[in-house]
Design a protein around this ligand. Structure first.
Ligand code: FE2
Length: 347
């Protein structure tokens, strides 16, 4: 397997796990591409280059390295601080032979660039797609259209409040990691939404087991090695922020991706309640507005801790990538590789 095969495989797995499915994800991307082609972003990046670099997800980036590089040993991290890049270089000097650095939280040479492009990718990444929503959550088309319209308005409002151009979402440190990777000639790949999509799929699988109460849902998540280990070692566990253990779970809005969590606000939650949803489960919902609105409309909110959730998404990704391939995964930072089929920890 080479770098290009790995990127393609990661995107395929991500799109297949997307709530819109592969076909609709591609269609949404084509719409975004058309939108970009009509506008000149800046002198250095033509629409063609941008579409090549961000084929579907704006936060999944080929940062550095030849796409023909054979990949057998990968260093994987939730984040990739400069210290991890130096660690990879030092290990390679000792003969470890790391071929690729894989990071979940997107890094980029120019940290402003992905966010500069975000408005163009909204239809493909952040705005809800009505037709897919209806099938995925099993709700009537008319409700799905209403929810999608709300997400569109929420995005527009967010853009007005915080223009992406000026938002320093990422630090200079992450740009430094890219520069270091280039200096040490270590291929680097950032892969965010595809992993989050696989996390979303895993949470949906738990929900398919039909937990009846919020407490049963928490128990089911703790049966997953990632959540169990982080609770044991870091005291980070899924928790009920609004509601009680014995509350009926009912219909759940699972929001483990940017798309499905960013849209949540009071108006949206009111509509969810009216559509028959009783609970919201996700990561990074940490906004008082969400909690207050959920409490107001009598919904439960369960928060999954960030790090083990990311670990789960990345592990699912590597279960898919490594299928039938000889690939060694080396963990850095808080990431640990867990074998989903046996539930055992490998490091
Ligand atoms: Fe994350």
């Amino acid at each position: 397997m080479n770098f290009k095969n790995l990127m393609t495989r990661a995107l395929e797995l991500g799109m297949a796990a997307d709530y819109r499915g592969t076909k609709r994800s591609m269609e949404c991307c084509a719409m975004a591409a058309e939108r970009i082609a009509r506008q000149k972003i800046n002198n250095r990046h033509t629409a063609r280059q941008i579409i090549k670099e961000w084929p579907v997800y704006v936060d999944t980036v080929h940062n550095y390295g030849s796409l023909q590089t054979p990949v057998r040993k990968i260093m994987v991290g939730i984040d990739m601080p400069p210290a991890s890049v130096v660690q990879a270089k030092e290990l390679n000097e000792k003969g470890w032979g790391i071929d690729l650095l894989f990071v979940h939280h997107t890094v980029a040479f120019d940290q402003r660039l992905p966010w500069r492009l975000l408005p163009f990718f909204w239809p493909s990444l952040l705005e809800l797609d009505a037709s897919s929503l209806a099938t995925y959550f099993d709700i009537p088309q008319v409700v799905a259209r209403k929810l999608a319209g709300m997400s569109h308005r929420a995005m527009e409002q967010r853009r007005r409040e915080k223009p992406p151009l000026r938002r320093p979402s990422f630090t200079l440190e992450q740009a430094f990691s890219c520069k270091l990777a280039k200096t040490f000639d270590l291929p680097l790949f950032s892969c965010h939404t595809p992993c989050d999509n696989l996390l979303q799929q895993s949470i949906r699988e738990i929900l398919d087991g039909a937990p009846r109460t919020a407490g049963e849902m928490i128990e089911a998540t703790l049966a997953i090695p990632e959540y169990a280990r982080f609770r044991r070692e870091r005291f980070k566990a899924p928790e009920i922020i609004v509601g009680r253990l014995q509350n009926k779970l009912g219909k759940v809005w699972a929001a483990c991706t940017l798309t499905l969590s960013r849209c949540l606000n009071e108006e949206f939650i009111k509509e969810l309640r009216a559509a028959g949803f009783s609970s919201i489960i996700g990561i990074l919902l940490g906004r008082q507005e969400v909690y207050q609105a959920a409490a107001k409309y009598g919904m439960n909110v369960i928060i999954l801790p960030h790090d083990p959730s990311d670990c789960l998404g990345i592990n699912r990704m590597f279960d898919g990538i490594a299928k039938g391939e000889k690939i060694d995964v080396l963990c850095t930072g808080d990431f640990f590789r867990s074998d989903i089929t046996t539930g055992s920890n490998r490091n």
